[in-house]
Design a protein around this ligand. Structure first.
Ligand SMILES: Nc1nc2c(ncn2[C@@H]2O[C@H](COP(=O)(O)OP(=O)(O)OP(=O)(O)O)[C@@H](O)[C@H]2O)c(=O)[nH]1
Ligand SMILES: [Mg+2]
Length: 305
């Protein structure tokens, strides 16, 4: 167990393996294989005494709503403790999937303590969540389909996600869909026409209240394994956006990339015949979009060919 003082909660790694273990079940996660994680934008903790960087999906929500059960089903093993009566997740538990054999980069599935145990615990957990979520890539907020009043969840999400940009990280996962009326006792759970209609009505309600796009809301049942693949699809969708954004270069980075490319093509004598101090300054001018300097202005450029 790692007592990470900066996070305020201990972090316990419950499982570690290669990402292939998850990909075998959920092919949509294969884009994470070999991914190079930006250290600036990721949460870091220690695995085997070494810093590890992760892209992660964090599961939060009220106690007893099935966060740990969902994670166990996704991981295909009983890794996270569950309980029918008492709240049982008290630390941050994480299953770690290595993205590349040579690097300490991981995809982490994280289970956080549930809200709703007591007012004082809630205050501490919400503060803790807020710190974690700043750097988190995807947050799966678990609701219950058979719940009528979502006021508390709405309050919590409003506290945690203040901007539209932050809200883009959320998947609203509506668990216990097997308990949506009219409940049937058949197993495996296949929703009846009436249950599908009721899920659709609830989807509208939830979308209106939370103002999360419908495409990021999923009805599922962890216990019955219903729509679990859709939960993972939604997580993969959000993470793909994050990865895409990290690949996009800022204007400054783009300018530097172009400069390097041009600099490589120059003779690099630093002769100064072009009027610039050296080849790097000339390459910077040629890379700049608001400058009329072109690579052909290098007097020695043609000599190279
Ligand atoms: N019927 C039904 N029961 C479920 C479902 N998902 C979870 N459960 C049950 O709900 C109970 C609580 O689940 P947990 O996974 O421990 O809930 P949790 O959100 O992790 O709770 P904390 O750790 O206290 O925050 C367990 O008995 C699960 O079997 C579901 O989709 N349908
Ligand atoms: Mg739990």
């Amino acid at each position: 167990m790692i007592d990470n003082g900066t996070l305020g909660l201990s972090v316990e790694i419950v499982h570690e393996s290669m990402l292939d273990e998850l990909i075998n079940e959920f092919g949509e996660l294969s884009f994470l294989k070999g991914l190079d994680i930006s250290k600036d934008n990721s949460i870091c903790w220690e695995i085997h005494g070494k810093h590890s960087y992760c892209i992660q999906a964090m599961f939060i929500g009220k106690t007893g709503y099935g966060k740990s059960t969902t994670l166990n089903k996704i991981c295909g093993q009983e890794l996270f403790k569950t309980d029918e009566i008492n709240s049982c997740t008290k630390s941050l538990f994480s299953a770690e999937y290595k993205l590349d054999i040579h690097k300490n980069h991981y995809f982490s599935l994280c289970d956080l303590p549930g809200i709703g145990e007591s007012i004082s615990a809630d205050k501490a957990y919400v503060e803790y969540y807020a710190g974690m979520l700043k750097k988190s890539h995807c947050v799966v907020y678990v609701l219950r389909a058979d719940q009528r009043d979502y006021t508390k969840d709405h309050e919590i999400l409003k506290l945690l996600f203040k901007t539209e940009e932050q809200k883009k990280k959320i998947v609203l996962a509506v668990n216990f869909s097997d308990k949506i009326e009219p409940v049937s006792r058949f197993s495996p759970f296949i929703p009846s026409q009436k249950q599908i209609e009721n899920m659709d009505r609830k989807l509208h309600e939830i979308q209106k209240l939370f103002k999360i796009p419908k495409s990021n809301i999923v009805f599922y049942s962890a216990a019955e394994g219903y729509n679990l693949n859709v939960v993972v699809e939604k997580i993969a969708g959000l993470l793909k956006n994050v990865v895409q954004k990290q690949k996009e270069l800022t204007p400054f980075e783009e300018q530097r990339r172009k400069t390097k490319e041009i600099h490589k093509m120059l003779p690099q004598h630093n002769c100064g015949d072009c009027g610039y101090k050296n080849c790097w300054s000339f390459a910077m001018a040629a890379a700049s979009s608001n400058n009329s300097v072109s690579i052909n202005d290098c007097h020695n450029f043609e000599e190279m060919f």
